[in-house]
Ligand binder design. Structure first.
Ligand code: FES
Length: 64
């Protein structure tokens, strides 16, 4: 993937897929972590590992 480019894909009935060569995630406690590649963020509200998707959207029957 091109440096600096961010690609966000809405997965049908699932999470947001965020893809970039560098992703800085700042957590609620102010600490941050840097990742690269693909991250999946919950948009159904049922994940037990927010802000990440843990697959709970499947068992909860999330549509969107
Ligand atoms: S979108 Fe996957 S757990 Fe919420």
């Amino acid at each position: 993937m091109e440096t600096g480019k961010v690609k966000i894909t809405v997965i049908p009935n699932g999470p947001l897929q965020v893809e970039s060569s560098e992703i800085e995630l700042i957590k609620t406690d102010g600490t941050s972590q840097t990742k690269k590649g693909k991250l999946y963020f919950c948009r159904c509200g049922h994940s037990k590992n927010k802000p990440f998707c843990d697959g709970s959207h499947n068992s909860e029957g999330f549509k969107g």
